[in-house]
Design a protein around this ligand. Structure first.
Ligand SMILES: Cc1cc2nc3c(=O)[nH]c(=O)nc-3n(C[C@H](O)[C@H](O)[C@H](O)COP(=O)(O)OP(=O)(O)OC[C@H]3O[C@@H](n4cnc5c(N)ncnc54)[C@H](O)[C@@H]3O)c2cc1C
Ligand SMILES: *[C@@H]1O[C@H](CO)[C@@H](O)[C@H](O)[C@H]1NC(C)=O
Ligand SMILES: *[C@@H]1O[C@H](CO)[C@@H](O)[C@H](O)[C@H]1NC(C)=O
Length: 353
């Protein structure tokens, strides 16, 4: 009797496990959640598999007192043609354009050079935003030349102050590298394909937190019921994807917990893992870095991001394994909106088939 029950349970378990999806999305960051929600809303049966125990990837909003802290992405970086900004506005979420100003202090409290530092900081922010000069090898070389000529013109008495100059260059290198997510400004090409978006560059979700972006897409905002066509499994690390090159059968997605899931298409959104030690985003095995930038080698491979984002086609020309994520976006990489755009791109590739 007991044995028989056990056998029955086993059989029905196998029947559940064999459910096949239209699309499996690996990774539920900005690109994965965008793709999943578009496909589920279009009537496709979708399974989202996420290795971490939460949704958001490199967006991580944590509660703090009455408000929130963003451990990952904080700003809606540009408001024109941004899927992120548009979704906030459509849902009447009050987002907040923020401008920041900075003061520089030396650790010994000496304020002698404060104005020079301040002017140079503004110079660097302004020059690094605009188109840089392609005759320089790296962003570091280009900005160093700009800084030195600015000092020569505006602070001639500091031109030969080696200690001051070294400190300025160190500080600006640090600031630019944090901003771009490089290790050093000499690693950044001046010929980046980054176009950015127009409009205000630092719009904040403030008290709502960036997590709201995901809740809106998934229909869980304010305890919404979610999306009926989307199943989500958290804490489920994908370890292998087997796809039928000859076009027969489903794509198989194997997970570290031993489970296997099948679907007609799989969208892979795991990060490129630009290796950066500074940061706990680097030690996190599921992100391996904060975000990508165009380094000195990038201009040699102008189609690298497109290549990274091109799908694996089976013998019938059907895309079976597709790739999204910020690193696959040729002109808007390194951002939440760029990642979202790439998820939209791959969802549409499936829907148009
Ligand atoms: C500190 C920091 C600050 C930033 N600031 C900004 C900002 O202000 N504005 C802005 O626009 N952008 C910012 N960014 C960049 C932005 O966060 C990213 O570009 C964007 O979130 C990336 O989304 P994605 O979907 O491409 O990748 P991810 O968010 O990395 O999503 C991929 C998902 O795949 C999962 N995964 C990985 N391996 C597996 C596996 N084997 N099986 C299953 N799942 C797996 C990961 O856990 C992750 O959830 C910042 C990033 C960081 C780290
Ligand atoms: C946003 O506000 C407008 C105007 O008050 C209203 O018509 C609309 O339904 C609201 N949208 C949502 C999603 O709440
Ligand atoms: C501050 O630094 C400048 C430049 O190094 C130096 O000339 C000045 O004496 C310092 N002031 C004090 C109070 O230490």
């Amino acid at each position: 009797m007991f044995l028989r029950l056990a056998v029955l349970l086993l059989v029905s378990y196998c029947a559940c496990a064999a459910q096949s999806y239209d699309v499996i999305v690996v990774g539920l960051g900005s690109s994965g959640v965008t793709a999943s929600s578009i496909l589920a809303k279009a009537g496709r049966k979708v399974l989202g598999l996420e290795a971490m125990d939460r949704i958001g990837g490199r967006v991580k909003t944590v509660s703090f007192g009455d408000g929130v802290i963003e451990e990952g992405a904080e700003w809606i970086a540009g408001t024109e043609n941004s899927r992120v900004y548009d979704l906030a506005i459509e849902n009447n979420i009050t987002v907040l354009p923020q401008d920041f100003d900075s003061l520089i202090f030396r650790s010994d409290g000496n304020q002698t050079y404060n104005k020079a530092y301040y002017d140079l900081l503004n110079l660097v922010m302004e020059k690094s935003m605009g188109a840089s000069d392609p005759s320089f090898k790296s962003e570091g070389d280009y900005l160093t030349a700009e800084i030195l000529s600015f000092i020569k013109k505006n602070y001639p008495h500091l031109e030969n102050d080696k200690v001051f100059i070294d400190q300025v260059l160190d500080l600006m290198n640090f600031l630019i590298s944090v901003y771009v997510a490089s290790n050093d400004w000499h690693d950044i090409t001046t010929q980046s394909s980054d176009e950015g978006l127009g409009g205000h560059q630092y719009t904040s979700w403030h008290v709502h937190g960036y997590k709201t972006f995901f809740e809106l897409m998934l229909n869980t905002y304010k305890n919404g019921p979610g999306l009926p066509n989307l199943d989500i499994k958290l804490s489920t690390e994908v370890s292998q994807i087997v796809w039928p090159k000859d076009g027969s059968g489903d794509v198989k997605v194997k997970c570290a917990d031993g489970s296997t899931h099948t679907a007609k298409h799989v969208i892979v959104t795991v990060s490129l893992g630009v290796l950066k030690e500074r940061s706990k985003w680097y030690s996190n095995p599921y992100t391996r870095g904060s975000y990508t930038f165009d380094n000195l080698d990038t201009p040699k491979y102008p189609k690298a991001r497109e290549t990274l984002g091109s799908p694996l086609l089976d013998a019938n020309g059907v895309p079976r394994v597709l790739f999204a994520g910020e690193a696959t976006n040729p002109a808007q990489f390194g951002t939440v909106h760029g990642a979202s755009e790439s998820g939209h791109r791959e969802a549409m590739r499936i829907l148009n088939k």
